[in-house]
Design a protein around this ligand. Structure first.
Ligand code: 1PZ
Length: 208
């Protein structure tokens, strides 16, 4: 209905938060930098999606939330994403397990996974989410995950809710979800590209 197009839902909050970030990046003058606390706020909203995925993805939720939490802690010391990278480059800890720059890279992969998942979701009307989720995962995350993690994820795919169940949990219909997912897909792209550039401009390859 017309009402639910504009009703406040988790998906709308997520789309809006990323539009704010991408809007900021688009309007950015030379010395404005993306603030880490603003970035973390948007990333935290994404966590609600996990509560819709069921117990099998509890581990993914804990992993994602822990990484975002680490960046929230870092935001008390580092004002911007650039500051985080610069510090880890200076200390040679960009890829060190648990470092802020490594956790930022992981969170970025989570954001990209959701983008890919929404794209898959919109390109089919399958009753089960397994194929959409598997395709998104294999494109975005699988290349960087260990065999053990990939195996656990592919087993978990069978336990995903159905399309209808997911929409219901998100308080959406196919119709109301579509526009919000598209908004996230568009808004997350420049944010993800911005993060990638933080690494590549410092000569850090993105193959991990
Ligand atoms: C209908 C929706 C279906 C979505 C299915 C998506 C399944 C994704 C499962 C991802 C499991 C990740 C498990 C752990 C990965 C870890 O190896 C790395 C370790 O990083 P390290 O500590 O070595 O630096 N952790 C991560 O990559 C953290 C982020 C993973 C979570 C991303 C998912 C976010 C999106 C979920 C969609 C709602």
């Amino acid at each position: 209905t017309k009402m639910s197009m504009t009703t406040k839902t988790p998906l709308l909050d997520i789309a809006k938060a990323f539009e704010e970030l991408s809007g900021f990046l688009g309007s950015q003058t030379k010395d404005q930098k993306l603030r880490l606390d603003n970035f973390c706020e948007a990333c935290s909203l994404v966590s609600v999606l996990f509560s819709c995925l069921g117990l099998a993805f509890k581990f993914a939720e804990m992993e994602y939330v822990a990484k975002v939490h680490d960046l929230v802690e870092a935001s008390k010391t580092y004002a911007t994403l650039e500051n985080v990278l610069d510090r880890d480059v200076a200390n040679d800890t960009v890829k060190k397990p648990g470092s802020h720059s490594r956790n930022l890279r992981r969170v970025r992969q989570g954001l990209d996974l959701i983008r890919a998942l929404f794209e898959e979701f919109l390109s089919t009307d399958d009753y089960y989410l397994k194929d959409a989720a598997s395709t998104a995962y294999s494109q975005v995350c699988a290349p960087y995950h260990t065999w053990a993690v990939r195996t656990a994820v592919s087993a978990g795919m069978y336990t995903l809710p159905t399309r209808e169940e997911l929409l219901q949990k998100l308080n959406e219909t196919d119709h109301t979800a579509e526009k919000k997912m598209r908004r996230y897909i568009e808004a997350s792209r420049p944010v993800i590209a911005y993060i990638d550039k933080l690494y590549s401009s410092r000569k850090i390859a993105l193959d991990w």
